[in-house]
Design a protein around this ligand. Structure first.
Ligand code: AMP
Length: 201
């Protein structure tokens, strides 16, 4: 598919700030950054210079890609921001950042990370469930990292905290090379989702 046929123009990537995790995760961030950049897809991310975020940004920039960082002012003051981004958007707080990231995104991708990544991922899933966000959500399950998270979501469905139809909100892939295909083939999600947002309502 050429970049022109691709309706996905901007992908939001959630990933770790850690500088100490296993190299396999850094390699996944780098591969994803390169892949999206080569397809001419803009990346929106948290704006960090280090960790998986930094590797994602550096890889995208080295391929001539566009990468937009959305950074709270206090992180900018701490000099946590990447200095060479295509665009840096400074926001007042973490809530504003998450909204800004999601509002600009045609799709969301989560790489492994800590509580920040998980919080962002779960907010995207929650917004989609409530019909506030409609795009694809892809989890890149490097080394089975997301297995416990997927198990918990399955339990939410099994115990009727969520509806079985909510399973189609997210797609799990094993490698960053499968992300673009997963994004392009995600099942449609419409405002009808509000009719089954709450089990039993
Ligand atoms: P974590 O997975 O807990 O390391 O948090 C990473 C996620 O939270 C990223 O997707 C960012 O949006 C945000 N975040 C946390 N720490 C930083 C940081 N030092 N610089 C920029 N963004 C951060």
């Amino acid at each position: 598919m050429s970049a022109n046929d691709n309706p996905i123009r901007q992908v939001c990537v959630y990933c770790a700030s850690s500088r100490e995790c296993d190299e396999v995760y850094f390699a996944a961030a780098e591969a994803l950054g390169r892949e999206l950049a080569r397809k001419g897809i803009d990346i929106i991310y948290g704006g960090g210079a280090g960790g998986l975020m930094g590797r994602l940004a550096d890889a995208a920039l080295s391929e001539g890609g566009r990468i937009i960082g959305i950074l709270p002012r206090f992180m900018d003051e701490l000099e946590w921001g990447h200095q060479k981004l295509t665009e840096l958007v400074l926001v007042n707080d973490m809530h504003e950042r998450k909204r800004a990231m999601l509002e600009r995104a045609d799709a969301v991708v989560a790489l492994p990370g800590g509580c920040g990544t998980l919080e962002e991922l779960f907010e995207a899933i929650t917004w989609k469930r409530l019909g506030l966000y409609f795009g694809p959500i892809v989890l890149v399950n490097v080394q089975g990292f997301f297995d416990p998270c997927i198990e918990l979501l399955e339990r939410c469905v099994a115990e009727k905290f969520m509806d079985g139809r909510h399973r189609s909100m997210w797609k799990v892939v094993e490698s960053p090379h499968q992300v673009i295909e997963a994004v392009c083939n995600a099942p449609p999600w419409t405002e009808d989702c509000r009719s089954f947002a709450v089990p039993g309502l």
